[in-house]
Each structure stands twice: as C-alpha cells, then as structure tokens.
Write a protein of this length. Sequence first.
Lengths: 68, 68
Amino acid sequence: MDKTLKVEGMTCGHCVSAVEGSVGSLSGVESVKVNLDQGQVNVSYDTAQVSEEAIKEAIDDQGFDVVS
Amino acid sequence: MDKTLKVEGMTCGHCVSAVEGSVGSLSGVESVKVNLDQGQVNVSYDTAQVSEEAIKEAIDDQGFDVVS
C-alpha cells in the first residue's frame, strides 16, 4: 500500500534522516521518502506486516507531529 | 576565552546536537551552547589548545554557515 502522511516539525536534513531511518527500519516498510518542503512522508508498505498506526508512531517517537 | 559565533542554518534539535557534539569534541573546548532562536553558538575554549578557526571549521563541516 502507498500512503502519504502529513507531518509537521521536519525542518532539515537531520529530520529527514530521523524519519526515513526510523520508518525504514520497520519490518514490512518497502520504501519511505520525506518531502521536506511539503511536509510529507510517502511510505510504501505491506499491510500484512505493518500497520499505518505503527508507522505514525515511529514518526511521532522521533518528535514530529503526524497531522494526517 | 569566551566567544559568541553567529551561525545560519540551524533549525532544530538535531542541528543543536550536531553543532554541540562536533565543537564539544574538540580538545581545548571547555563548553559549547547553541541558542537556536538567536542563531548563536557560545563557546568557551583554551586558546592555547584550539583556535577560533578550528571551531568555525567544525561547525562548517556540519553543514552550517558561520557568519561571524
């Protein structure tokens, strides 16, 4: 499944690395790409292995707000 | 010696850690504190052990612009 999340608080390359690193390390996540300008995180994942909730939690754990 | 450097490009806690970590690891640096809102880095250091130039270079190496 492909999903675009709206995330607030990402301001720089360190933030991009933090989000891409944490989400990318989840089992079942096939790809993750942050668009810093738009405040978006594009994720492709296997719904049989990982939930949208778990992905949002990983982002939240890095200190960012998942708006939608 | 106490010195306040003006640094551009620091936007978040990751940036603070990057600057404080790199400058703080230099021999002769006694303390380093980033003020994110003001874009300032306050450094106390022993001029016999480390130069202002080396400190600025450490910040620059982390991808930030030392303005003054």
